[in-house]
Write a protein that binds this ligand. Structure first.
Ligand code: SF4
Length: 86
């Protein structure tokens, strides 16, 4: 399953940690907010992306699965949090 990054613009507070940890796909704009490369992540970059997601102090960065048509699904939740979904 392919994945891409998504940011919650309300939760993000422009810490910039994500861009430091994953410069291959995240850069910062002039105000320090992340600008994400929207392309699906190749398998070799998924662990780097996950590290940036885990380090976000606002839990504003997410890995989302995408189907073959490019539609996005729900954010991946940490193990054990699946019961939070409706
Ligand atoms: S680490 Fe999180 S809060 Fe900081 S800029 Fe990235 S997404 Fe936003």
């Amino acid at each position: 399953m392919k994945r891409r990054l998504r940011v919650d613009p309300i939760a993000c507070k422009a810490h910039g940690v994500c861009a430091e940890l994953f410069p291959e796909r995240i850069r910062l704009d002039d105000w320090g907010y992340p600008v994400l490369d929207d392309r699906p992540l190749p398998d070799e970059l998924v662990e780097h992306a996950r590290r940036a997601v885990d380090a976000c102090p606002r839990t504003a960065l997410h890995l989302v699965p995408i189907d073959e048509r490019g539609a996005r699904g729900r954010p991946e939740l940490p193990a054990g949090d699946e019961q939070l979904l409706p």
